[in-house]
Design a protein around this ligand. Sequence first.
Ligand code: CTP
Length: 402
Amino acid sequence: MLELADKRIVLGLTGGIACYKVAEFLRRAQDQGAVIDVVMTEAATHFIGATTMQALSGRPVYLDAWDERVPNSMAHINLTRGADAIVIAPASTDFIAKLANGLANDLLSTLCVAKGNCPLLVAPAMNREMWLHPATQRNVAQIKADGALILGPAEGDQACGETGSGRMLEPHELLAELIAFFQPKPLRGKRVLITAGPTSEKIDPIRVITNRSSGKMGYAIAQAAREAGAEVVLVSGPTALPAPYQVMRVDVDSAAQMHAAVMNEAGNADVFISVAAVADWRVVNASGSKLKKQADGKAPQLEFEANPDILADIARMPSGPWCVGFAAETENLLEYAEAKRKRKGVPLLVGNLAQQAMNADETELILFDDAGHTALPVLGKLAAARKLIAAIADKLPVSPKP
Ligand code: CTP
């Protein structure tokens, strides 16, 4: 699925060393189906050539308002009509000041004044002192108040050798922001706590008992919840996946650690989505040193005790979050999932067939609640996660916490 299919973007570059990163952003956004018109200020051309941006975008690059290639001489109008967003990256101190004051003395600034309802996303890039200057902060506050969405900036090493706030977001972060921008925001202001992945129970310092959960579904749900405007904490068992952009990940190994981490966060959460494949038992007689083969060839005898049921514990909290459980079953899905929903005491349970869902990129989710069950279509995990988040937002009581 292309995340930016049919999206028309005007990409404005202003003067800053971060221009070189924008070439990569353009490429990645195109990979997702975006059609991109590049507009550069004169200052931007000192940092990256128009030819580079033209070759990458496969479209003419616009440099000034007097471009003779534009038959009606109205590039400032033509470019934004029908565009889905304007992205200014990098946005210099000077350009933000222009935006804040409605100046229109080159093609890019004129186009931003003439844009009508076209959304404006601005990715600042400047030295930390320039970013912290009261005038810049005033201008940023002004363009926000005028409706611009500010992307970043990040903190870190700067091209000038200083360290601080003002770095432009990385290309993959800009892309994540742009994709998220086009998603609806039904969870704005909500805090969502999610568990994902397998847990791992120690046998000795080298061996563990775990399961085949990849974490993909939980991570996709974390991304979808973030895109929907929520603040997201993801308590994750061991997986190979990177944390989704702007999701706070808490890494754990065992079910007991996951339980402790979830308990720690649950009081602040509006919604808890329990996607992790939690080990039901842990080894009581785990060894502190590596178990060695015995001379008589006998296998070690492991003793087990039950792990806490994290979801059931959260569902019992008197003013805890609204809970969503998962059930991966190998058979009798409808019967087992509804029974599990009742047993765990949760308003919504999401069922799927383990053999179809585990480690796969696509899934068919079935939602069980008081009204019965509804199947979502077979979709990629991110698309399925977005549908699930929309359903959760729909079902969420207006004030989940009394
Ligand atoms: N779960 C949990 N803590 C556990 C076990 C499960 O929070 N110790 C959660 C899972 O994250 C999932 C739901 O409970 O949301 C159902 O998990 P599942 O393993 O399918 O159910 P079990 O209760 O373990 O039942 P069974 O293994 O008998 O199917």
